[in-house]
Design a binder for this molecule. Structure first.
Ligand code: SF4
Length: 263
């Protein structure tokens, strides 16, 4: 889906739009409570994008019994850490953080170089494996369901996203409560409820991941065009998400694999 514009403040005077968002939010809240009741222990994987702040507000703000964790890849932008702190302060809660295993990061750097992810899809997925996928697997261990802030409109790899699906890669139920929300609806919720959000959104970053793998996009560009922008659209998943039964599976980098020059 193309980004409508970089920062069109949603028109909170649009009564129909605000009503639609309120109705959708009520549905999501019911779903989250049902998940907390029927799939305990359930967790929310929070990467602090705009969608994730909607879910953070619902879970922490309403006191829903769903754990929230984040993957600290070690390469996140400073603005994301600032938002993490702002969210902890607003809701008087502390995040659960999962960091990469240092030996996997060291192996990747030894094999590919500190920024070797620029040099091939294989290398990039190797970095994502070490810094995201392996920590995610630890975070999900023993859980019955995990919740994500994915939306179907975020990219062509997510068009077939379902609200509730089974995630065979992690062997648990995966729930994407905002699957049918538009970007504009997300921003109506955030603005109407004065929810903190990542400052990079104000500088042309609709989708934010690790700092070296995220750039700003222009109006009219795809929402996720700024993520791994040097790759073709169909490879742009980090291996955390399986959509429509297809997972861009991450291969653990082989120690001693051929080194490539840093881009
Ligand atoms: S997004 Fe980039 S820096 Fe982050 S884990 Fe993936 S390849 Fe590594």
């Amino acid at each position: 889906m193309l980004r409508e514009a970089l920062l069109p403040l949603p028109d909170l005077a649009d009564v129909d739009l605000v009503d639609t968002v309120a109705a959708k939010a009520a549905t999501v809240r019911r779903l989250l409570r049902d998940v907390a009741r029927d799939y305990a222990p359930a967790v929310f994987a929070n990467s602090f994008g705009a969608e994730d702040m909607v879910l953070t507000d619902m879970i922490w703000g309403d006191g829903i019994d769903i754990g929230i964790f984040s993957l600290d890849t070690g390469r996140l932008p400073a603005e994301t850490y600032e938002l993490m702190a702002a969210a902890e302060h607003r809701y008087s809660r502390h995040l659960e953080i999962f960091a990469p295993r240092h030996e996997l990061v060291q192996d990747f750097i030894s094999a590919y170089g500190i920024n070797g992810f620029y040099n091939s899809v294989e290398a990039r997925k190797g970095c994502c494996h070490a810094r995201k996928v392996e920590p995610l697997q630890r975070a999900l261990n023993g859980k019955q369901a995990w919740i994500t802030g994915l939306r179907a409109g975020q990219s062509q790899t997510r068009e077939k996203l379902k609200t509730i699906s089974f995630d065979p890669a992690n062997n648990l139920v995966k729930i994407s409560p905002l699957a049918d929300w538009s970007e504009r609806e997300i921003w109506v919720y955030l603005r109407a409820n004065r929810i903190p959000y990542n400052a990079l959104h104000d500088h042309g970053f609709p989708s934010i991941g690790c700092a070296p793998c995220t750039r700003a996009v222009a109006p009219g560009e795809d929402i996720r065009a700024g993520r791994w922008w040097w790759e073709s659209p169909e490879t742009k998943e980090c291996g955390l998400h399986l959509i429509d039964g297809k997972l861009q599976r991450i291969a653990k980098p082989e120690v001693g694999a051929e080194k490539t020059a840093v881009a």
